[in-house]
Design a protein around this ligand. Structure first.
Ligand SMILES: [Zn+2]
Ligand SMILES: [Zn+2]
Length: 239
């Protein structure tokens, strides 16, 4: 089973092998249990034929990336004991993920992102996993006299919408009408400060919020960075 390594590490933690404080032991065991559950759920969803459960499997995999992400690693680095428990968990988790990844990559191999027109004034780039809207573009005005703007969505939990006006908007609308995804995304990367943050350049696909592990890193009230990881484990900084 793909979670066997993690189960073994859990037993080691329970037996006190890493000499964690009671609070740290409780927290590490809880997170290890969550990781085991997510690995098992992903494995189960990936084993179904034909793969109707791909959205569920991909969501579980990105949840694994989120659970084991920057915040968790930072927490584990707080003491030598928890760092060594963290290293054991990380190694077992990598082994689990490397068992699941070929199945997920195979299931995703034929999936692509489309550009779909929604009514007269909106478009969306679809998620390669679930075909849901990953990025939407909406022509709108804030009032009758206000200039037209194109509002795009973002994966960022800090800046969820961005508006584009003037010649940049006209250029983008022309590309949306033309319907070529790679050209549109390349243009956004070159002209928009946030690029096209739902795009994984390694996969050449867009993934929605449910199928991307999004982790904002805070230091107190200061936002340091937001990381996004696609279902195949490609991480990028999106702001
Ligand atoms: Zn999706
Ligand atoms: Zn990717």
């Amino acid at each position: 089973m793909s979670a066997d390594g993690l189960r073994k590490v859990r037993e080691q933690i329970e037996s006190g092998q890493f000499a964690l404080t009671p609070d740290a032991q409780r927290a590490v065991l809880a997170r290890t249990g969550d990781l085991i559950d997510a690995v098992e759920a992903a494995g189960q969803a990936l084993s179904s034929v034909p793969l109707q459960t791909l959205p569920e499997a991909a969501a579980k995999i990105v949840y694994l990336f989120y659970l084991s992400g920057h915040g968790w690693r930072r927490l584990l680095a707080a003491s030598a004991e928890s760092a060594s428990a963290g290293a054991a968990i990380h190694a077992a988790l990598q082994a689990s993920i490397s068992l699941l990844m070929p199945q997920l990559a195979h299931a995703l191999a034929t999936r692509t992102t489309s550009l779909v027109k929604r009514g007269n004034a909106a478009w969306s780039l679809t998620c390669a996993v679930c075909d849901g809207d990953a990025v939407t573009f909406t022509r709108t005005r804030t009032g009758p006299q206000a200039p037209e703007q194109l509002v795009t969505t973002s994966l960022s939990p800090v800046t969820e919408f961005r508006s584009i006006t003037g010649p940049r908007m006209s250029d983008l609308i022309a590309l949306l009408e033309a319907g070529d995804v790679p050209t549109l995304v390349r243009h956004m990367m070159e002209t928009q400060p946030a690029g096209c943050d739902a795009w994984c350049a390694t996969c050449s696909r867009v993934y929605c919020r449910a199928h991307t592990a999004i982790e904002a890193q805070w230091s107190g009230s200061w936002h340091e960075a937001t990381y996004a990881t696609c279902p195949l484990g490609h991480e990028r900084v999106i702001e």
